[in-house]
Design a protein around this ligand. Structure first.
Ligand SMILES: [Zn+2]
Length: 269
């Protein structure tokens, strides 16, 4: 069991699903003492679900999910069935990242408060990585799921993923008082506002690079654009980067900075 104690009231259990998408594996968080809320039970791995139940020791009362991608939510269904517990979260219709069917018992909304006997968690709607993505805030800890990861860049896959919404959600979470970011993948981030600003700057720098290459070409298709814009990432990651590039291009079209003829993109000057 890979358990990390984050604070008196928070423990982290990392699932054994490390990889390109998932870094060291999906983090499952347990919040509370007398009563526990679980954030993101992760993939449906029987040993991970058993570990959660062992650590929970009969005290788990709620299951919260950040979004419904396969590395975050399928374990919720198993844990819910096993323990008869409600799942809090939100459903989406349009994902390309293979969401699995899941029963949501309590649909959360922006600023919903999820109350337990010894703790209270706020849901914060953060569309961008996925339209149904929520972060959760408890006592200065922001559980960011895939909105912000440690050590890897978040993939924005249209149409459910949306770059403008992603950037807006990053700006929006700065309104909240955050001491530490607890991501869905990787370690705690102790300089939250710097991290958020760096994430926004990274995306805008990439957008500038897209604009630069559009400027250099009268028109260009996405396959030709991809290795130019992402010349700094491993070619293994290009299929994932293609999603984010498409998201950047959609944003440029929405902002009247580029056009698309069905095959090729051009800059509007
Ligand atoms: Zn995800």
């Amino acid at each position: 069991m890979r358990i990390t104690r984050i604070s008196d009231e928070i423990q982290r259990l990392t699932a054994d699903n490390g990889g390109v998408f998932t870094g060291p594996g999906t983090n499952t968080y347990l919040i509370g003492n007398e009563e526990l809320s679980i954030i993101d039970p992760g993939p449906d791995l029987s040993n991970h679900i058993e570990d959660i139940m062992e650590l929970g020791d009969g005290r788990i009362t709620k299951i919260l999910i950040t979004h419904t991608h396969p590395d975050h939510s399928p374990g919720a269904e198993s844990l819910s069935n096993e323990l008869g517990l409600p799942i809090y979260g939100c459903i989406t219709e349009s994902s390309r990242l293979r969401d699995l069917p899941i029963s949501i018992h309590e649909t959360v909304q922006h600023r919903s408060m999820i109350k337990s006997s010894d703790h209270e968690i706020m849901a914060i709607h953060t569309p961008g990585h996925a339209s149904n993505h929520f972060c959760y805030l408890y006592n200065g800890f922001l559980f960011t799921g895939d909105h912000i990861m440690q050590g890897s860049t978040v993939v924005i896959a249209p149409p459910d993923g949306n770059m403008t919404q992603y950037l807006d959600s990053l700006e929006m979470i700065k309104e909240f008082t955050i001491d530490t970011i607890l991501p869905g993948h990787g370690d705690p981030i102790h300089d939250p506002y710097d991290e958020i600003d760096a994430t926004i700057a990274h995306r805008l720098k990439r957008e500038k690079k897209v604009l630069g290459h559009l400027k250099d070409n009268a028109s260009i298709d996405i396959e030709s654009l991809l290795p130019k814009v992402y010349d700094d990432v491993s070619s293994l990651l290009l299929p994932l980067a293609r999603f984010s590039l498409e998201a950047h291009l959609i944003r440029l079209i929405e902002n009247n900075q580029a056009t698309f003829d069905g095959q090729r993109y051009s800059l509007i000057e």
